[in-house]
Design a protein around this ligand. Structure first.
Ligand code: NAD
Length: 509
């Protein structure tokens, strides 16, 4: 048995639903396997539709009380969750690595992100500011204030099995919401471990049911969230295909969504770039996390003066990427999440080749010693023309296309010429080029960087993307507003009742 199981208090089977003192699950067992080794990590007794009712009902009841707790006191409880996460950082990171296959250093970074967003939320709990306005009417005061929404539904993807939840949960909590979390069935143990930490803190503070967890079939615990009027906001992170379903269904009942969906991110490198910086940023952005980040660099547009040089440097750098056990020192590329992802990788490469792309390096699934799980692939570089149809799609694997362009204008057109709009980056040492990329006529993405790559965002900024990436924003800046409802208040402290815009409606006495 892994030490982290004991350190995190994970039962076998672990509960598929958890809220306060109640936990369990009446459904079938779900196995969690390590994608690097194929080893069984543990099982979860999945939640059923009846368990869904229990958790949502308890969260709805908890909200009634939680919303009345002053925001700074809610912040104090979130501070305690952050402290518990600090204590659990190493075992939780090891579980994340075991379950989703990302490098241990990245998993530690993911848990650090949970701690960082908890800290951010604590400060925010004293800063849920509303504006005041000058009324056009004498002896009137106008201001706006923010109230919590109710029960927030959080749907998360496998590739950030705990951080995405905390981005939502810590903010939603200080804003005064209760919540229920439906994590990816591919990383259920990480979710149980994170939820147990939060539940322990909430319980000892007298609010055990504020955060609930549901692991089960989409039909039992995912789709009901979309139709449930007790859930005014559904925050969903995952593929564009999932987001399209979630967005439409929730809108049908006039619910709100916060969508964080697929990316198809590009790095643009101009002739005047620092090629050393560009090389490192492309290698990390494209091959890091085995190409399984929403911000992974999937397209690289190279201006023609440096295209041949940087292409050769990249191919050479790819030759030194160590693929293997994500826990081992020196490994840079771990496994894909499962064999289905490997099939998707192979299919995409074949498809790109049939459309005219050329393989520069990589291109194969790996087998043999150390790769017995069948989930390892070679990070792949392909040369392509800008009109390759395959460039329009996000394939969640380390496949990156290198495309030659004439100038910055063409590079920006290409950057913007896909349905997704998450992250983008330009490498240049020319101020005018940099500003042009960041201007209204530049990148159309939610994230636009200069001389750093597309992946590795900090929690202080609002995170999210445009177009089919869904338009949602999470984490820093004023993303908290998504978890609250705005109320405009006007107070008449005078003796007259003047109407706005000078309207007269005199009923006499
Ligand atoms: P996925 O879309 O397969 O699943 C995401 C979650 O949605 C899972 O919990 C899944 O069970 C749930 N789900 C699927 N259909 C549903 C439905 N009809 N109703 C309710 N829930 C449903 O995604 P994945 O493979 O886990 O993750 C990879 C994808 O996530 C990529 O496209 C990636 O770009 C995206 N992603 C985006 C961000 C972002 O912030 N923009 C972050 C991480 C991952």
């Amino acid at each position: 048995m892994h030490a982290f199981r004991e350190q995190l208090g994970l039962a076998d089977p672990a509960p598929g639903f958890l809220c306060g003192a109640e936990s369990g699950g009446g459904g079938a067992l779900l196995e969690s396997r390590n994608p690097a080794t194929g080893e069984l990590l543990g099982r979860v007794r999945q939640a059923t539709r009846a368990d869904y009712e229990t958790v949502v009902a308890r969260a709805a009841a908890a909200f009634e009380k939680w919303r009345l707790v002053p925001a700074p006191q809610r912040g104090e409880i979130v501070r305690q969750i952050g402290d518990e996460l600090r204590r659990a950082k190493e075992p939780l990171a090891r579980l994340v690595t075991a379950e989703c296959g990302k490098l241990l250093t990245e998993a530690r970074g993911e848990v650090q992100e949970m701690i960082d967003i908890a800290d951010f939320a604590v400060g925010l709990s004293r800063q849920l500011y509303g504006l005041t306005m000058h009324s056009e009417r004498a002896s009137h005061r106008m201001y706006e204030q923010w109230h919590p929404l109710g029960v927030v539904g959080i749907i998360s993807a496998f590739n950030f099995p705990v951080a995405v939840w905390s981005w939502n949960a810590m903010l939603a909590a200080v804003c005064g919401n209760a919540m229920v979390w439906k994590p990816s069935p591919k990383t259920p143990l990480s979710a149980v471990a994170a939820q147990q930490i939060a539940t322990r803190v909430l319980a000892r503070n007298g609010h055990p049911d504020v955060m609930g967890l549901l692991i089960g079939e989409v039909a039992d615990v995912g789709e009901p969230l979309l139709d449930d009027k007790r859930v005014p906001l559904v925050s969903a992170t995952g593929s564009c295909a999932m987001g399209r379903v979630v967005g439409e269904r929730v809108a049908r009942r006039f619910g709100r969504t916060l969508l964080e969906l697929g990316g198809n991110n590009a790095i643009l490198v101009l002739d005047d770039a620092d090629l050393g910086l560009a090389l490192r940023a492309i290698a990390f952005g494209a091959a890091g996390t085995a190409g399984q980040r929403c911000t992974t660099t999937r397209r690289v547009y190279l201006q023609k003066g440096i295209a041949a040089t940087l292409t050769a440097q990249l191919v050479k750098a790819y030759g030194s990427l160590k693929i293997g056990d994500p826990l081992a020192e020196g490994t840079l590329v771990g496994p894909l999440i499962d064999r289905a992802a490997v099939t998707g990788y192979e299919r995409a490469i074949t498809q790109a080749q049939s459309e005219g792309a050329t393989l520069l390096c990589g291109g194969k699934a790996l087998s043999g010693k150390g790769f017995e799980s069948g989930c390892f692939v070679e990070p792949t570089l392909m040369q392509a023309r800008a009109d390759l149809p395959q460039l329009q799609h996000e394939v969640f694997a380390p496949i990156t296309y290198l495309i030659e362009v004439a100038d910055l204008d063409e590079a920006i057109r290409c950057n913007n010429g896909v349905p997704q709009g998450l992250s983008s980056a330009l490498f240049t040492l020319n101020l005018r080029h940099a500003e042009r990329f960041l201007s209204t006529a530049g990148s159309d993405c939610g994230i636009a960087n200069i001389n750093i790559g597309t992946s590795g965002a900090e929690i202080g900024g609002a995170f999210g993307g445009e177009k089919e990436t869904g338009g949602g924003r999470e984490a820093g800046s004023d993303s908290w507003k998504a978890y609250m409802r705005r109320q405009t208040c006007t107070i008449n402290w005078g003796t007259q009742l003047p109407l706005a815009q000078g309207v007269v409606f005199d009923v006499g006495n």
